[in-house]
Design a protein around this ligand. Structure first.
Ligand code: CA
Length: 249
């Protein structure tokens, strides 16, 4: 039996809401629509959706407020929709616990990729930090080997420093999803680190030089301007495991 995943589309603009719902319905999901924040909150409790697509600009309520309320009781995956110019808003949404975002205007492929990624992560990862990954992650000619702590390009070991490896490994663990600068820094260097994106930028530049054919036009490690980084979506071979110590590496 194939159970269709229910996706609640919270969006006040009718044309966009219909566009998103039509794509979801014709790709194996069941779309529900809410036009206001109040309606959305009541539908979340009554319909128990599997995923939420949340427009941040709603008539009666700030989308961020819905997210804040939702995160006080639920880890339901949320993909935020926002205008191109609102980078600060996207970062706030991600830091409040949104899983990813779409920038208007977006296309069918992008929408489906974000939905797939958010659902996959909810299935495989049950917590944020207590997951140790094993096996390999492959995208294009790149493979992350979590057992050997190596990144391979076309089968050849890329000589990464420990920090560089940890960044790639973290992005691989969340592949397809954008990670904010702040999230990466805190995961790598602890909760009190932060504020200094420069170290991360230098590391990323080094990784790109080692991995990308043309670092100016990356195929694997994408910069989301003003927000963070995203690793291209690929295939996970292996498993996600809860480690007893809660350490990722
Ligand atoms: Ca709107």
């Amino acid at each position: 039996m194939n159970i269709r995943e229910k996706i609640l589309v919270i969006e006040d603009e009718k044309s966009i809401s219909h566009f998103i719902s039509a794509i979801l319905n014709s790709n194996g999901y069941e779309a529900l629509q809410a036009r206001t924040g109040a309606e959305a909150l009541s539908m979340i409790s009554s319909h128990c959706p599997d995923l939420i697509i949340l427009d941040l600009g709603l008539p009666d309520m700030d989308g961020l407020e819905i997210l804040r309320q939702l995160r006080s009781w639920s880890s339901l995956p949320v993909v935020v929709v926002s205008a191109r110019s609102h980078e600060r808003e996207k970062v706030t949404a991600l830091d409040l616990g949104a899983d990813d975002y779409l920038t208007k205007p977006f296309g069918t492929d992008e929408l489906l990729a974000r939905v797939r990624t958010a659902i996959r992560h909810t299935r495989t990862a049950s917590g944020n930090d207590e997951i140790a990954q094993q096996g390999t992650y492959t995208v294009g000619e790149m493979t992350i080997d979590y057992n050997k702590h190596q990144v391979l390009m076309r089968g050849e070991n890329v000589r990464l420093t420990l920090s560089e490896f940890r960044i790639v490994a973290l992005l691989g663990k969340h592949a397809g999803k954008v990670l904010t600068y702040d999230f990466i820094i805190k995961e790598l260097w602890g909760p009190r680190a932060g504020g200094n994106n420069q170290i991360l930028r230098v590391n990323m530049a080094n990784i790109r030089r080692k991995i990308e054919k043309n670092p100016a036009e990356p195929e694997y490690l994408f910069t989301e301007v003003g927000v963070g980084y995203r690793l291209a979506e690929g295939e996970l071979n292996g498993r996600l495991q809860i480690s007893e110590k809660g350490n990722l590496f």
